[in-house]
Design a protein around this ligand. Structure first.
Ligand code: G6P
Length: 614
């Protein structure tokens, strides 16, 4: 949540910052702003709304300067407005700062500063944070970095900050705790970039340093120095980015979401590469090695995640229990962290996160680790916080996902989790060689079956047009398709703002059935699996009450098409793999409905892709 960028170098900073903010806009789009330092003036331009508004605002203004910082906001303290937009000035106008995170003790700090005569323009915790740094520098008559360091020992909460000073046009300071921050190092150290993730940097350099929690980076006179909050020098470790620029561009599609839906055959194949070779009955996740025994002998697996990742966790629960016979619990990270969870040695936590930065998931991991559990991370973003704090893990390798509604990350998460479950089942000898190999062959065919499913695009568009004005939707499924129903409903509400609920089909009788009338579209995920007959009965119950049914069925099904209003036929596959296929039409349905309703599918209102606040 909130994206920050910074630049110090030989080029003009403005363009680089604005482009960077466009790439980070998925993190929040309540306001956008930049601060530019040109040796004489420290200019701030900021505005409520999107980066495109900022681009208009700076037309004809003084945008010179080789040093600058920028911000795209997801509002926490203070509603979206021009004044609450970042960057903020210090009271003497000499410092400018951007911040991603929340300072929890900002109320008491603000009171202290008000007593000392500070005045505040905005309602944000960030302005308080900056004035606090300013006051410390004044009181201690010290260098800015020392004031930042002292301030960081006193603030409570999460932050990634970047700040610049009018007194020093060759200095950029950044720090983090709980919110991500990466520094790009240009050729010959002539320029440095900072950003919330690597996407604004990739165009300029592949050499990056990930800043750790409670570290402060000082970029000055062509050098990057890192200290921690206790003033201990740290050695920067330079990683080489593997991401390519094309991966973060729309590639001819109107929206990132559509591009990402269409990329799924490739992302699932990338995710399987080298991990599954059915011919040799090979199934292995290289990242899980030292803790394989823990996983095999786990008392239970506790899956922790949020949002779509939590839905992937629900599918994994069914798969692990079926093929590896290990009890599984699936927890919302935000609930887990605030209970007094019973967790400890012998438990294996699987933390699933596309971004690898979700604050609640990170906090839940910390609790699990403190209590002695082993934590395996399943993340998409390489080098992300969750990937780094996990004991071991496996990347989903789906490539950057930019549309706020998660699509290809979900199918890639399912791919990794299925692979993990089969790997454990193989090691524990829970499956016969024949059955294991059969499943691995089917898993290898999933990319091709997703490809086939994507061809239903036009058909789904026609159905979307019929239901685009609906005010409610119900999604029903059983077994492996129950989490798919939840995910289908989530996709629709996220991007089209239509109220939608996902339910286990049999539970419908305990409430949602009261909602059914001829106005109510009901999406059944009714593929041929062990609960097929039961789902058929549930469809009849809905039809008896005049509900309008859209059914996702297995190709060749002759029964359901006779009963329902619309069918979408997907290729047949083993039931444990079906969610990877059956979710695809639901992604397309929500996409088309949202587009037809004129919604901004890549940046739905109020949402952010990376939720770095709790
Ligand atoms: C946000 C995103 C969702 C995502 C969820 C969890 O709500 O909009 O798409 O599923 O966070 O994020 P994570 O990065 O941990 O998977």
């Amino acid at each position: 949540m909130c994206g920050i960028v910074g630049y110090l170098g030989t080029q003009e900073a403005c363009d680089i910052l604005v482009k960077g903010l466009q790439r980070l806009e998925y993190r929040g789009y309540d306001s956008a702003g930049i601060a530019l330092m040109n040796g004489e003036a420290l200019n701030i331009y900021k505005i409520k709304g999107k980066v495109s508004g900022l681009e208009e605002l700076i037309q004809g203004k003084d945008i010179s300067g080789g040093l600058g910082i920028g911000h795209t906001r997801w509002a926490t303290h203070g509603g979206p407005s021009d004044v609450n937009a970042h960057p903020h000035y210090s009271s003497d106008g000499k410092l400018a700062m951007v911040h991603n995170g929340i300072i929890e003790n900002y109320g008491s700090l603000k009171q202290e500063l008000l007593n000392k005569g500070h005045e505040f323009e905005s309602e944000t915790d960030t302005e308080v944070f900056l004035h606090f740094i300013e006051q410390i520098q004044k009181d201690n008559n010290c260098e800015l970095i020392e004031a930042v360091r002292i301030a960081l020992t006193e603030v409570v909460g999460a932050y990634a900050i970047a700040l610049i000073s009018k007194d020093d046009p060759n200095q950029l300071i950044a720090a983090r705790k709980g919110s991500p921050l990466v520094i790009g190092i240009g050729e010959d150290k002539k320029e440095f970039f900072i950003a919330s993730d690597a996407t604004p940097i990739i165009e300029y350099t592949k050499d990056v340093v990930y800043i750790n929690d409670e570290e402060i980076a000082l970029i000055k006179e062509g050098e990057l120095t890192i200290i921690d909050v206790k003033n201990t020098p740290q050695t920067p470790y330079i990683h080489t980015l593997e991401m390519e620029l094309e991966a973060i561009e729309k590639g001819g599609y109107e929206h990132f979401m559509m591009k990402e839906i269409m990329e799924q055959p490739k992302s699932v194949a990338d995710c399987l590469r080298g991990r599954v070779i059915a011919e040799q009955s090979h199934v292995k996740l290289g990242g899980i090695h030292h803790h394989m025994e823990d996983l095999m002998n786990a008392n239970r697996i506790v899956i922790i995640a949020c949002g779509t990742s939590w839905h992937a966790g629900l599918v994994a629960e069914y798969i692990f229990e079926e093929v590896a016979r290990i009890p599984v619990e699936v927890e919302y990270a935000s609930e887990f962290r605030y209970r007094n969870p019973i967790i400890g040695k012998g438990d294996v936590v699987i933390a699933i996160s596309q971004s690898g930065e979700t604050a609640d998931t990170l906090a839940a991991i910390e609790i699990a680790q403190k209590n002695g559990a082993t934590v395996l991370g399943v993340c998409n973003v390489v080098g992300s916080s969750i990937a780094r704090v996990s004991d071991e893990g496996a990347y989903t390798h789906a490539g950057p996902e930019i549309g706020v509604a998660s699509t290809k990350a979900f199918t890639a998460q399912l791919t990794v989790l299925t692979t993990m479950a089969l790997m454990v089942a193989k090691e524990k000898k829970m499956l016969s060689d024949v059955n294991l190999q059969k499943l691995l062959f089917e898993l290898e065919q999933v990319p091709q079956k997703i490809e086939e499913t994507l061809k239903l695009d036009e058909e789904i568009k026609v159905i979307s047009a019929l239901y685009k004005d609906a005010t409610n939707f119900l999604y029903l499924g059983r077994g492996y398709n129950f989490p798919v129903a939840l995910e289908g409903a989530l996709k629709l509400k996220e991007i089209s703002y239509i109220h939608a609920e996902g339910y286990p089909a049999a539970e419908m009788k305990h409430g949602p059935i009261a909602l059914i009338d001829e106005e109510m579209p009901v999406v059944f995920i009714a593929t041929k699996d062990s609960s097929y007959d039961k789902v058929v009965s549930n469809i009849q119950e809905v039809k008896a009450r005049k509900g309008r049914v859209i059914a996702i069925v297995t190709k060749g099904d002759v029964l359901i098409p006779k009963m329902v209003d619309h069918v979408i036929e997907v290729p047949d596959v083993h039931e444990i793999l079906m969610p990877m296929i059956s979710v695809v039409p639901l992604q397309l349905l929500s996409y088309y409905i949202a587009v037809m309703r004129g919604c901004n599918v890549d940046q739905p209102r109020n949402l952010a892709k990376s939720v770095t606040v709790e």
